[in-house]
Ligand binder design. Structure first.
Ligand code: FRU
Length: 562
C-alpha cells in the first residue's frame, strides 16, 4: 500500500475511474482515512474501469492509501463545486506518490510530452473524440467532448469538459455527463454520444445528445435514443436527464444520432437534425417540436446520392445545419466512406442552399469538400458574438496514435465560418482570438531558401501566385511534411504517408495560403479559407529545417503564448 497525506476543503469532491489489475488483490485497495479511522474506502475494484466519487464534508487532512500494484486508477481529479469554475479540477496522479496538478501545472505537464501539440486542445489523459455542446455563456467558452475516462481507446462515452476565456487556453473541468449504465461491466459499449448546446429563448441552457444503449456489436443492431441533459450550477454537472425521442422512422436503421437543435424563426418552432441512413443511403433527418420535448419526424432533410453507399458510407454522423449570412449550410461526415479516386476516408462535406418550409434546397447538388486533409471530422459549429465558430476532431480512423500514449485526440484550432463572395463556398479561417493570443515571432520573410526552425509551432504564409510552390519541412533529412502546388493542385504529404492515399485538392485563385504546424498537426487555409486541409501525423518528426521554394512572398512565424 502507498499512503500520502493531503488537505481537503469542506465540499471537495474526488472523482475517479479505476479497475483491478489483480483480481486476487486483498480487500480495501483504496482508502481515505482520518485520524486512523476509515472515512471512505473501496472494498474491491472490478476488472472494468468504473466510476467512484467521494465527497469530503469538512476541512481537514486525510491519509489516502492506494495500491498501485493491484489497481489501475485511469483518471482521477478533485474539485470544489464552489471554486471549480474559476480554478478547474486538480488532476490526481496515483503513482509511487500522489501528485496533484491544477491549472497551469496541468498545462506544463501536458507540454512536457514532446509529441503533444501545444496550440491545439487535447484531454489531459485518455481518449477524446468529437467536440460536443459548444457554446459561449457570459464570457466563458465551453468545450465538451466525447471522452473515455477508462483509457486511451474509444469505449463507453462520457462528456469531458473544458472552459476558456480566450478560445485558446483551456481549464479542465469535471466530467459533465456519464453513460446511463455501467457499460464495461455489461461487456458493452455505447453511452453519452455527441450532441449540441441549445440556448432557449428564455435563456435556459440545455444539451441535446444521443445515448447509445448497451451495444454488443459495433456495427449492427444497436439502439440510439435522444435525450436532454440540463446542467446544474455553473454548468459543472448534467443534473436532469430526460429522454425525448426513442423511436426511429421506418426505413431508418440503427444509426440515429448526433442532434443539432435550433429555434426556427420561420416555423416558430424547434427544429432538430439527426444523422442516420435511409434504406442504407446516408441521410439527415429533420424533426420538429413546439416545446422542445415532444418531437415529430418531418421527413428527410437530405439523402446522399447512391455512390456514397456504394463507396462504403454507412450513415451521416454529426450533421451540422445552420444559417450562414443569408444562406443555410449543411455539413456532414459520411462514416465508412472511402473516396475512390484518392483513397481518403471519412471526408467532411458541405452544401449551401435555402431552407424553405422545412425543405433544404441546395444551390447545387455538388458537395463541397470542406477539408481535403481528412483529419477534420465531426465538426460542430455554433453561433457566438455574431460569428459562426467551429471545432472539429483531428482524426479520421485511418491512422491512430501509437500505443503507450497517455491520451489520444486533439481538437482543431477554432475556425470562423463565412461564405465566399459568390456564395458558392463555405470558407473557414482561424478565429481572430488565435492571432491575438499567440505572439507571432518573425523567423523568415520574403525569401526562397533553406532555413532552420526552432522547436516550436510555426505559422507559414504565402501570398502571391502559389503555382509551383513547395514547402518541405525535415529533421536530419527525414520528412515531417511537404506541401506542393502543381498545375493548381495543392497536395500535402506527411512522414507516415506511403502514397497509397492522396491528400489533394484543386485551388481556385491560388494566391494565398497559410499553414500552421504544431507537433504533428498541419492545418492549411488557402483561397481565403475556401480550401482547408487538416492532417494529424503520428510518425513524430519535429522539423528543424524548412525549404521554401515559391514565387509567392513567404513569411514564417513562430507562435507562442504571449
Ligand atoms: C463521430 C461519432 C458520432 C457519435 C460519437 C461516438 O465521430 O461516431 O456519430 O455520436 O462519435 O463517440
Amino acid at each position: 500500500m502507498r499512503k500520502q497525506t493531503i488537505s481537503l476543503e469542506l465540499g471537495t469532491r474526488i472523482e475517479f475511474w479505476a479497475r483491478a489489475i489483480d483480481k486476487n488483490a486483498t480487500e480495501f485497495p483504496f482508502r481515505i482515512m482520518q485520524a486512523g479511522q476509515t472515512l471512505w474506502a473501496v472494498k474491491r475494484f472490478s476488472e472494468f474501469p468504473e466510476f467512484y466519487s467521494y465527497h469530503h464534508r469538512e476541512t481537514s487532512e486525510v491519509d489516502i492509501e492506494w495500491n498501485d500494484s493491484v489497481t489501475e486508477i485511469t483518471f482521477a481529479y478533485a474539485y470544489n463545486p464552489k471554486s471549480v469554475s474559476k480554478l478547474g479540477i486538480t488532476i490526481l496522479e496515483f503513482d509511487q506518490q500522489l501528485i496533484e496538478r491544477t491549472g497551469t501545472e496541468i498545462d506544463t505537464w501536458c507540454a512536457s510530452d514532446a509529441q503533444r501539440p501545444r496550440l491545439h486542445f487535447s484531454p489531459v489523459k485518455n481518449w477524446m473524440n468529437d467536440p460536443n455542446g459548444l457554446c459561449k455563456i457570459g464570457d466563458t467558452w465551453h468545450l465538451f467532448y466525447q471522452f473515455h475516462p477508462g483509457g486511451p481507446d474509444w469505449a463507453p462515452m462520457h462528456w469531458g469538459h473544458a472552459t476558456s476565456r480566450n478560445l485558446c487556453t483551456w481549464l479542465h473541468m469535471p466530467v459533465f455527463l456519464h453513460p446511463e449504465q455501467n457499460l464495461a461491466r455489461l461487456g458493452a459499449t455505447g453511452g453519452a454520444f455527441s450532441g449540441c448546446a441549445f440556448k432557449d429563448r428564455d435563456g435556459t441552457l440545455k444539451f441535446y445528445y444521443t445515448e447509445r444503449l448497451p451495444a454488443y456489436d459495433l456495427f449492427n443492431g444497436y439502439r440510439e435514443i435522444q435525450k436532454i441533459a440540463e446542467p446544474g450550477r455553473d454548468i459543472v454537472k448534467a443534473e436532469r436527464i430526460t429522454t425525448i425521442l426513442e423511436t426511429r422512422p421506418e426505413g431508418v436503421k440503427h444509426d440515429f444520432r448526433d442532434p443539432k437543435v435550433w429555434w426556427d424563426r420561420a416555423a416558430n418552432a424547434y427544429r432538430m437534425t439527426l444523422g442516420a441512413s435511409i434504406e442504407r443511403d446516408p441521410a439527415v433527418l429533420l424533426y420538429g417540436s413546439d416545446d422542445g420535448m415532444e418531437w415529430q419526424y418531418l421527413g428527410p432533410l437530405y439523402r446522399a446520392p447512391a455512390n456514397f453507399r456504394e463507396e462504403g458510407a454507412r450513415a451521416v454522423e454529426c450533421p451540422d445545419f445552420f444559417q450562414l449570412e443569408d444562406k443555410w449550410v449543411l455539413v456532414m461526415g459520411f462514416v465508412g466512406h472511402i473516396e475512390p479516386t484518392t483513397g481518403r476516408h471519412n471526408l467532411l462535406y458541405a452544401l449551401i442552399g435555402e431552407f424553405i418550409d422545412d425543405h433544404f434546397i441546395p444551390d447545387t447538388p455538388e458537395l463541397q469538400l470542406l477539408d481535403f486533409g481528412t483529419d477534420y471530422y465531426a465538426m460542430q459549429s455554433f453561433e457566438a458574438d455574431g460569428r459562426q465558430i467551429a471545432f472539429a476532431w483531428l482524426f479520421n480512423w485511418e491512422y491512430r496514435k501509437p500505443e503507450g500514449s497517455s491520451y489520444s485526440g486533439e481538437m482543431s484550432l477554432p475556425r470562423v465560418l463565412s461564405l465566399s463572395e459568390d456564395k458558392k463556398k463555405v470558407c473557414m479561417l482561424p478565429a481572430l482570438e488565435f492571432d491575438e493570443h499567440y505572439a507571432a515571432i518573425p523567423l523568415i520573410t520574403k525569401k526562397t531558401g533553406d532555413y532552420s526552425l526552432p522547436d516550436a509551432p510555426i505559422d507559414i504564409r504565402l501570398s502571391g501566385p502559389l503555382e509551383g510552390s513547395k514547402l518541405v519541412a525535415t529533421k536530419n533529412g527525414d520528412l515531417a511534411f511537404e506541401l506542393s502546388v502543381v498545375s493548381n493542385v495543392l497536395s500535402i504529404r506527411l512522414a507516415q504517408d506511403d502514397g497509397s492515399i492522396q491528400y489533394v485538392t484543386r485551388l481556385g485563385k491560388g494566391h494565398d495560403l497559410r499553414l500552421v504546424h504544431d507537433r504533428g498537426v498541419v492545418e492549411i487555409f488557402a483561397d481565403g479559407g475556401a480550401v482547408c486541409g487538416t492532417r494529424r501525423g503520428y510518425v513524430h518528426i519535429e522539423p528543424d529545417r524548412l525549404e521554401i521554394s515559391s514565387t509567392a512572398c513567404a513569411e514564417v512565424f513562430e507562435r507562442r503564448s504571449k
